[in-house]
Design a protein around this ligand. Structure first.
Ligand SMILES: C[S@@+](CC[C@H](N)C(=O)[O-])C[C@H]1O[C@@H](n2cnc3c(N)ncnc32)[C@H](O)[C@@H]1O
Length: 386
């Protein structure tokens, strides 16, 4: 007897004719021993044994139905993380028998998945962000602003804090003692965790201070783990730039003390309470190609080239923010950047149909952030002919 994996998709918001055409064509096109579909009370059931994803994509491309429905169905199947491969087909059931580790689930249970975060006391009751903070750039100390927000009201946080490298910021002093630097940072991060929704994501770009042997990415990760956040993973942002082209090799040609050089930064991803984030399938705006490419956690993206123009010394490139937001959040989600600088997170949030709150202590940077959003709004209006 064929063993199927049952995936479901709520299709009640799509035209019934489109759903029926999809189901009928799918069941004719693919042998029922591989996969078949059923529609019950607005819920599409996709029974999967094995499927060639490229053939499925070709099949969808030829169907004349709502593209959003095609995308939603494709995402359901393509996003299934656990499958085996035989030839060009993905196997959705029975593949465990071939795995080298038997009884995987029991072993996982015995070991304890993300054991360090399981006794958290996070509330599951999420709230809305007060209206006066929605789609706003606020010029103030983040700690003061965040204290005014209710618990559990933000979907995703993406930020790069100042790293205490001695950069020339407008107002922030970037050379504090390490203890006072981490006190400042973790006071703000504690508030960020509080305002993050249950199931929300806290994503931090960190660059260690290699020259002083300060592993900031580990220190920040320890903080998250001590605060019961679940580590979802780590992205290596390959910038392909030697930020110290001329700097020393340490002990030249001797193992006494060679100096390591890096061309990348880290992006640490933590979740509050649950690895799975709530959101509607229709609000997922990542394409199949983007998804396949971006889940490979080494991202080659050049640093921002226009920092001088924007007058900020340490900006995100827009492409980096776009990947983070599309891979880890849904459209309409509320995005917070508590160290918003020249506003790259907030302008990309706006461009990708998310809501935002950006906070920075510098008036000059906040003005730049506002200007970028206005420029985008003006472009939009011109395109729409207003
Ligand atoms: C690395 S930059 C962020 C740049 C930003 N990602 C961008 O693309 O423009 C860090 C920012 O934190 C701001 N900052 C430092 N201390 C702050 C605080 N207590 N509250 C709010 N912002 C702060 C600085 O003014 C600086 O713009």
């Amino acid at each position: 007897m064929t063993d199927y994996r049952d995936e479901t998709l709520d299709v009640s918001s799509f035209a019934i004719d489109d759903c029926e055409q999809l189901l009928k064509s799918f069941n004719i096109h693919f042998p029922s021993t591989d996969a078949y579909m059923d529609l019950v009370d607005g819920i599409l059931h996709i029974y999967l044994c094995q499927l060639d994803i490229s053939k499925f994509e070709e099949f969808l491309a030829l169907l004349e139905i709502d593209k959003a429905l095609k995308d939603a169905v494709f995402n359901v199947i393509n996003n299934i993380g656990s499958y085996g491969l035989r030839g060009s087909k993905r196997h959705f059931s029975g593949y465990n028998a071939e795995r080298k580790v038997s009884n995987r689930k029991v072993k996982e249970q015995n070991r304890g998945k993300h054991y360090y975060a399981n006794d958290n006391s996070f509330s599951k009751d999420n709230n809305s962000l007060p209206f006066e903070f929605e789609n706003k750039i606020v010029c103030a100390d983040s700690l003061e602003v965040l204290k005014k927000l209710p618990d559990n009201c933000v979907d995703i946080i993406f930020t790069s804090p100042p790293y205490n490298f001695g950069l020339e910021y407008d107002t922030h002093n970037d050379t504090a003692s390490w203890n006072s630097y981490y006190d400042m940072l973790f006071n703000i991060f504690n508030e960020c965790i509080r305002v993050l929704k249950y199931g929300g994501r806290f994503i931090v770009n960190v660059q260690p201070l290699y020259s002083d042997y300060i592993p900031s990415h580990h220190i920040i990760s320890n903080f998250f783990i001590e605060n019961k956040m679940i580590w979802k993973g780590e992205i290596l942002w390959e910038k392909n730039n030697y930020n110290c082209k001329m700097c020393s090799y340490g002990s030249w040609k001797s193992p006494a003390s060679p100096y390591l050089k890096y061309t990348w930064e880290f992006i640490e991803i933590y979740c509050k309470g649950n690895l799975k984030k709530a959101g509607k399938t229709v609000d997922a705006d990542i394409t199949a190609e983007e998804f396949k490419s971006w889940v490979v956690a080494k991202w080659s993206i050049a640093p921002e080239r226009h920092m001088k123009e924007f007058g900020h010394p340490a900006m995100f490139p827009e492409g980096l923010v776009e990947r983070v937001l599309k891979l880890f959040s849904f459209k309409n989600d509320l995005v917070l950047d508590p160290f918003n600088g020249a506003g790259t997170t907030t302008v990309v949030a706006k461009k990708t149909g998310r809501r935002y709150l950006g906070i920075d202590i510098s008036k000059e940077y906040c003005d730049t952030a506002e200007k970028r959003i206005k420029e985008f709004d003006n472009c939009q209006q011109m395109t729409l002919g207003f």
